[in-house]
Design a protein. Structure first.
Length: 128
């Protein structure tokens, strides 16, 4: 489920957050499904439970998880996190596009990259 890269310079909690967020966005973790307990995930990944607790807290703050006291952490419905995720992605994409244009890339070459990504995505959907 989650593989950590110990050579990555980012803290482990950020890696855990990123992996769980990816699993939620891709639909692997379904809305309202129960997340593994902090202790069990920490044991599975062989890391400190505080690391998992921090990742879960950040994911809850971002709207990806919600907590029911005494029952655990659960995946939030898509509507809870989708608009904030879209807003962040739009900001990131805008920044990258501006950097590409500033570096001298033509709109046509940027469009070509976009088309390649879309075709790759369509092919992936056909194979599923």
């Amino acid at each position: 489920m989650i593989l950590l890269d110990y050579r990555d310079k980012r803290p482990l909690y950020e890696q855990v957050e990123e992996k769980i967020e990816h699993l939620i966005v891709c639909g692997v973790l379904k809305p309202n499904s129960k997340m593994p307990s902090v202790r069990s995930l920490a044991m599975e990944l062989s890391i400190n439970p505080n690391t998992i607790q921090r990742a879960y807290a950040n994911l809850e703050q971002a709207g990806f998880l919600y907590t029911i006291v005494g029952r655990g952490n659960f995946v939030s419905p898509e509507s809870s996190w989708q608009s904030s995720k879209h807003k962040a992605l739009k900001a990131d994409l805008t920044k990258v596009l501006e950097q590409a244009l500033d570096a001298g890339m033509s709109p046509a070459s940027i469009q070509q990259i976009f088309d390649q990504v879309m075709n790759k995505k369509k092919e992936g959907l056909k194979n599923d």
